[in-house]
Unconditional design. Structure first.
Length: 349
């Protein structure tokens, strides 16, 4: 009774706090926020600009073109909180934007976290969310949330598999009978792909490019498996020796070669998850296949690449970028059913 009354004054938020993007579902309403996980701060004092509002889309626009005194920062790295204060300020802003008028009580939050998170990192995640204004916080692994979000038949007596390639981490999980049978989580994702591209051009061409340029290259001409038509593009960077600007022509084949290491790490995460499944589950997976989600799943022909390397049928989720947030929202809506998959700040840590 009291609980019902309280619910009238508080909102429930499903929060996918990602290294690259943050997506928030307001339970009962839908997706209310989807913004880059970045803030713009002044170099002196380290305060967020525009009175705490230079966050998300606004801050992203400033990236790479800021004057000396401004810095665009990502509070998360490799899937976990790297700058505690900025993460708290960013979340505070996002929560305020996601709340509806009249909801005066602090929101309850279900947060998705990578499976490879350490106890110290888990504590930092809980604290950031609480200090940003949440009343209660639960966490759940992003792999489990993704499995629900992409609509896998997780409760059935058959195995199904999801792989989420985010900015900072990649998670693979096999689900059966409403439980995770095997899972793997690694600190390699889209950001590692960008870093691999930066390294490749420095090594092969003595050309320095920034991570934002590398990300553009990855999105525009990158691929995991040979596309129908290879392309070439003009790339501008800084000559590593002379320090002068230089242009060169590069091919999509080279970008693919640059991505070899992070792609191999992703394959290993998937195959080591498969290794831990028995023959029955493996034969289910041959039938049901693997569903890909996360922004990294948008890399050209990654489905074909993973399919060929693992022998599984692979398909891309309908909404790869918001699958985790959606899964978390489903769990909050049916809280009792999924409570066993959640941990609160008082348990487990
Ligand atoms: P996170 O949840 O960790 O923030 P996301 O699921 O939002 O991660 O994915 C972000 C990553 O996806 C970034 O590394 C971004 O570069 C990458 N990405 C987005 N679109 C594409 C695309 N079309 N091709 C390849 N990578 C992409
Ligand atoms: Mg995400």
């Amino acid at each position: 009774m009291l609980e019902k009354l309280l619910n009238h004054f508080r909102s429930d938020l499903a929060v996918d706090l990602g290294t690259a993007n943050t997506a928030i579902y307001l339970v009962g309403e839908g997706l209310v926020l989807n913004e880059p996980s970045v803030v713009a701060v002044g170099r002196e004092g380290g305060k967020i600009l525009s009175g705490g509002c230079a966050v998300g889309h606004l801050a992203k626009q400033m990236e790479g073109r800021t004057p000396e005194r401004i810095e665009v920062v990502r509070p998360l790295r490799d899937g976990v909180v790297a700058d505690f204060e900025l993460c708290e300020a960013m979340l505070h802003y996002f929560f305020r934007k996601s709340r509806r008028p009249g909801k005066r009580l602090r929101p309850r939050v279900l947060l998705g976290v990578p499976g490879c998170i350490t106890p110290v990192e888990k504590r930092a995640a809980f604290n950031s969310v609480l200090r940003a204004g949440a009343g209660r916080v639960w966490i759940m692994t992003k792999a489990q949330a993704a499995a629900i979000g992409v609509g896998l038949p997780i409760a059935e007596p058959t195995a199904s598999m999801v792989c989420r390639i985010g900015g900072g981490t990649t998670e693979a999980a096999v689900m059966s009978l409403a439980d995770s049978v095997a899972a793997e989580s690694i600190r390699t994702g889209g950001d590692a792909m960008d870093r691999a591209i930066v390294d490749y051009f420095r090594r092969q061409y003595a050309l320095r490019i920034g991570p934002a340029t590398a990300e553009r290259l990855k999105i525009d001409v990158g691929s995991a498996y040979p596309p129908e038509e290879e392309r070439s593009v003009e790339l501008s960077g800084m000559d590593a020796v002379s320090g002068l600007p230089r242009r060169t022509t590069i091919t999509s084949e080279e970008v693919r070669r640059a991505l070899a290491d992070p792609l191999q790490a992703i394959i290993e995460a998937i195959t080591s998850t498969l290794d831990r499944c028995g023959p029955e589950l493996a034969s289910d997976l041959m039938q049901n296949g693997l569903v890909l989600c996360g922004g990294g799943a948008l890399l050209r022909r990654i489905d074909r690449f993973i399919g060929e390397r693992t022998g599984l049928p692979v398909r891309l989720a309908a909404e790869p970028l918001t699958a985790v947030a959606k899964g978390l929202a489903v769990c909050m809506e049916d809280f009792r059913r999924w409570r066993g998959w959640m941990r609160s700040s008082e348990e487990d840590v």
